[in-house]
Design a protein around this ligand. Structure first.
Ligand SMILES: *[C@@H]1O[C@H](CO)[C@@H](O)[C@H](O)[C@H]1NC(C)=O
Ligand SMILES: *[C@@H]1O[C@H](CO)[C@@H](O)[C@H](O)[C@H]1NC(C)=O
Ligand SMILES: *[C@@H]1O[C@H](CO)[C@@H](O)[C@H](O)[C@H]1NC(C)=O
Ligand SMILES: *[C@@H]1O[C@H](CO)[C@@H](O)[C@H](O)[C@H]1NC(C)=O
Ligand SMILES: *[C@@H]1O[C@H](CO)[C@@H](O)[C@H](O)[C@H]1NC(C)=O
Ligand SMILES: *[C@@H]1O[C@H](CO)[C@@H](O)[C@H](O)[C@H]1NC(C)=O
Ligand SMILES: *[C@@H]1O[C@H](CO)[C@@H](O)[C@H](O)[C@H]1NC(C)=O
Ligand SMILES: *[C@@H]1O[C@H](CO)[C@@H](O)[C@H](O)[C@H]1NC(C)=O
Ligand SMILES: *[C@@H]1O[C@H](CO)[C@@H](O)[C@H](O)[C@H]1NC(C)=O
Ligand SMILES: *[C@@H]1O[C@H](CO)[C@@H](O)[C@H](O)[C@H]1NC(C)=O
Length: 578
């Protein structure tokens, strides 16, 4: 009933003006209809232009400059076939109820960016993005559903009209990650989906034939039972969901810095399979878009990350799902230089989609181990004499072909020897970079090539325990509402692995249940929530500072670095006194 009422309100209030002009596309425009299956298959893999047109209040407001065509050239060159263009409209309305006019300059910008992508042969999925956090949040107790429906419908009439003559390479997604958990919220979302489809039907152009994606509340792999498939939908449609699992690994929570155990893999399979399972035979095989996923090189150990990318993309592929990498502009492509911050993860993705096996740097998968090994690195501690290092690889049926350092081909026998599934870097070779008195830091990167699949990398790292500018401060001296930023002198990798947070009496300040986790996870906090780091500082967040003040307990933050091993001393302790 509310649905009909909302439409009546809109009609009465005079959206007729927007509705009046049904777009007719120029005769020369090119629209060859695609089924949802054809679109989803052709769009694999995709890249998200994240934190860009979705930034609030405007494109350029966050960490990325306005999107340039050259950025998409880099995306295309890496092998991506599509780009998801998230767009936040919230701060671009120039009138209120009932017209909700969107600034025409902004609509034109969206149209131009869509053209940039299609001009390079990239498929496009564009949406309404962070509006779901603000005015379009149907789950807020005081939400005015009439207003949300009116504004959402008016918005999509304008967006759809603007993009109505774009080619069939352009697909629409109504709204990103709509909040909500209940049947009632799902009912509201269903109304929005219907208004979105109605707007496409009414704007003319090619919109009634255009591929759309629809989703559940939150867009995770859960809550799918609450998803209502709109009845009598005429647009070809795919289902879209997002995947950032397991939470503890992806978000560096509770000291989980390893990935790849049989249980880890089974969890990925179970989650993706359950999404697929909701759209099988009876739904005449709705194609599925995995519209966001990422494991960031900023905070994650590379061997674990590479295994995760290989396995997630491989599993998605086996279920016929197309994957679209999330990129906030810090994680993946450096948009200024065109350099991929983790090209190996990109190449792993491409090799999976070509049907090749990747050989992968092996690493510890058992969370209860007290040492975390990784074949992405050869470490040597200052003061130690380097020895031969044997690094295992997961070959997956490939053979090693060669090892290179820059343009130099390393000599088998002299610089390294090969086992069936391991590389041994010889002491004589390693000692050119790693020896007792070498300065700490990254020394060289060896590229490892295989008979198929992506290349891998072994980074030679000389390390010592980092130092901080100071080691203690009274919590009350930190300005209210501020993070505590402590300058650090890195002595190896510039990355924090985990942070243990415990009172000087030994109690865990957060998540007391972590006492039941393995030794390398007990009492560890969560990246971003309680700790962080940047190029020259480690950070205790304001939330953690406030928790110390509230507890009245002197609290020690033990920052841990790679290599992670019980008793190797690669930690620094910082105490906040209460
Ligand atoms: C529309 O956006 C442009 C560019 O940001 C701005 O200059 C203009 O003032 C906006 N128009 C209105 C009516 O707000
Ligand atoms: C974007 O760059 C590509 C490749 O250089 C070019 O073909 C295309 O015309 C450009 N598109 C726009 C909108 O400038
Ligand atoms: C809810 O939104 C409608 C449409 O914009 C508006 O007419 C109505 O006054 C709003 N109700 C409240 C309680 O704000
Ligand atoms: C869908 O179509 C069927 C058969 O034409 C019809 O009975 C039904 O009312 C339609 N449902 C909606 C929501 O329009
Ligand atoms: C559908 O998805 C839900 C999670 O939302 C899951 O529990 C259920 O097992 C899935 N159904 C099938 C048949 O896979
Ligand atoms: C790919 O790897 C899987 C798992 O290790 C293996 O079973 C399969 O034989 C490999 N395929 C090829 C072509 O090497
Ligand atoms: C790997 O090497 C073995 C032994 O030389 C050879 O039999 C096999 O064919 C090679 N496999 C590939 C994929 O090159
Ligand atoms: C190393 O092996 C890769 C993959 O087999 C090959 O493409 C490349 O040309 C080789 N490099 C050298 C320097 O031989
Ligand atoms: C090795 O590669 C990493 C990125 O994977 C980079 O941060 C580091 O600077 C490189 N080291 C050298 C010596 O080039
Ligand atoms: C907390 O640390 C301060 C400074 O070191 C010290 O004076 C105080 O006694 C400590 N409080 C407790 C309860 O240990």
């Amino acid at each position: 009933m509310k649905f009909r009422a909302a439409i009546a309100v809109i009609a009465a209030a005079g959206l007729d003006q927007v509705l009046a002009i049904v777009v007719e596309c120029p005769i020369e425009s090119d629209f060859r209809p695609l089924s949802a299956g054809q679109f989803i298959e052709a769009a694999n893999p995709g890249w998200n232009a994240g934190n860009t047109l979705d930034a609030v209040p405007n494109e350029g407001s966050w960490n990325n400059a306005p999107l340039q065509n050259s950025t998409l050239t880099h995306v295309k060159a890496a092998g991506y076939k599509s780009v998801r263009i998230p767009v936040t409209y919230a701060d671009h309305f120039v009138s209120g109820s009932p017209e909700w006019k969107i600034n025409s300059t902004w609509l034109q910008r969206v149209s131009d960016v869509v053209d940039m992508a299609t001009s390079q042969g990239l498929y496009v999925i564009t949406n309404m993005h962070h509006d779901s956090w603000s005015w379009a949040d149907v789950s807020k107790p005081d939400a005015n559903q009439t207003m949300i429906q009116e504004k959402f419908y008016a918005s999509w009439l304008q967006i759809a009209k603007t993009l109505s003559c774009k080619s069939a390479m352009v697909a629409f997604e109504p709204i990103n990650e709509p909040p909500g958990t209940t049947e009632e919220h799902a009912g509201h979302l269903d109304k929005l989906n219907k208004l979105f489809l109605k707007a496409l039907g009414e704007t003319g152009g090619y919109n009634s034939q255009r591929v759309v994606t629809l989703s559940n509340l939150g867009m995770g792999a859960d809550r799918i039972q609450l998803f209502k498939r709109p009845e009598n939908i005429t647009n070809p449609w795919a289902y879209q969901f997002h995947f950032y699992s397991p939470y503890d690994f992806i978000f560096s929570a509770w000291g989980k810095t390893v990935w790849g155990s049989p249980a880890d893999k089974a969890a990925v399979v179970a989650e993706l399979t359950s999404v697929r399972g909701n759209f099988s035979a009876s739904d005449s095989d709705v194609p599925i878009l995995l519209g966001e996923f990422d494991a960031s090189q900023l905070n994650l150990e590379p061997a674990a990350r590479w295994k995760w990318f290989d396995f997630v993309v491989r599993t998605a592929k086996s279920l016929g799902m197309t994957t679209v990498l999330w990129d906030n502009g810090l994680d993946n492509l450096d948009r200024q230089t065109g350099i991929w911050r983790d090209k190996i993860a990109v190449d792993i993705t491409m090799a999976v989609l070509r049907g090749e096996n990747n050989s992968l740097a092996d690493s510890t998968t058992d969370a209860s181990a007290t040492t975390q090994e990784s074949s992405a690195y050869a470490f040597n501690k200052v003061g130690n004499t380097v020895t031969d290092k044997t690094l295992p690889f997961i070959m997956n049926g490939n053979n090693f072909t060669n090892l290179t350092l820059g343009s130099t081909l390393l000599k088998e026998g002299e610089d390294y020897t090969l086992g069936e599934s391991a590389v041994t870097l010889k002491q004589a070779f390693l000692s050119k970079y790693l020896h007792a008195t070498a300065e700490p830091g990254t020394k060289a990167n060896i590229t490892v090539s295989f008979s198929a699949g992506a290349q891998s990398q072994i980074e030679l790292v000389q390390w010592d325990v980092p130092t901080l500018s100071w080691y203690s401060v009274p919590a009350k001296e930190i300005a209210k509402g501020s993070d505590l930023q402590i300058p650090i002198t890195w002595k190896g990798l510039h990355r924090v692995a985990a942070v243990k947070i415990a009172t000087t009496e030994g109690a865990y300040l957060f998540d007391d249940w972590t006492q039941y986790l393995p030794d390398l996870q007990k009492g560890r906090g969560t990246f971003n929530s309680q700790w962080n780091f940047d190029h020259d500082r480690v950070i205790i967040t304001k939330a953690a500072v406030e928790a110390v003040v509230a507890s009245g307990k002197n609290t020690t933050f033990t920052f841990e670095f790679y290599p992670r091993a019980a008793g190797n001393g690669n930690v620094v302790q910082y105490t906040l006194t209460a």
